[in-house]
Write a protein that binds this ligand. Sequence first.
Ligand code: URA
Length: 239
Amino acid sequence: MSAKVELFRADQLLSRFGYCSRREAPSWVKRGRVSCAGGVVLDPRLRIDPSQTSVDDLPVEFPLGVLVAFHKPVGYVCSHDEGDSETIYDLLPSSMIGRIPAVTTVGRLDKDTSGLLLITDDGALVHRWSSPKKHVAKVYEVTCEQPIPPACTEIFASGKLILRSETEPCLPAQLTITGEHTASITLVEGRYHQVKRMLASQGCTVTALHRTQIGNLKLGELPVGEWKVITPVDVDGTP
Ligand code: URA
């Protein structure tokens, strides 16, 4: 998210921030629904600062763009449109999902996985944290049907494990066994169903998977289904 203030034409601000369609926006402005720095804006073309703007007397939400941590519940998919499944976007407010560009998740969690997801409208942040070259650490708590063999720790750390139908070995991953059927695993990449497939390669079926951390950011006490505004610094220490 850029620290530089971006000005928007009043009508474009309304449509870009999800208040109304482009066609409706000029009449919203002309009817006096927009004010900036305390004064009513009546010219749809006037360029205004979203962080100083109110619509119908309520300050514009996410004036500098969206970046939130979200606690994904089990049972929701991360795609925008997934047939009959409920999507995580059903759980977000219209002020977040009506925007242009649309918000998206930084990577995805499976429908049956819970935990920390990052949601943003900033494509540069998506790239910064999900590009395979960036190696942002992600921590998961995993439960398996079978006892987890202690040898998994060394196998996962070796950087030599090749998953079925792949040719490139997984990057070294840190597995800490926390109980007979439970472990914490830290990955620095995000392959398709990676945790489940790594454990399956050792004869273990994952029955529960929960992400607790991305970079420096921990899920902490954020209640399930809720979100909170964060900054890039919270994730990787860089503004
Ligand atoms: N690994 C998985 O198998 N599933 C997820 O949702 C995330 C990581």
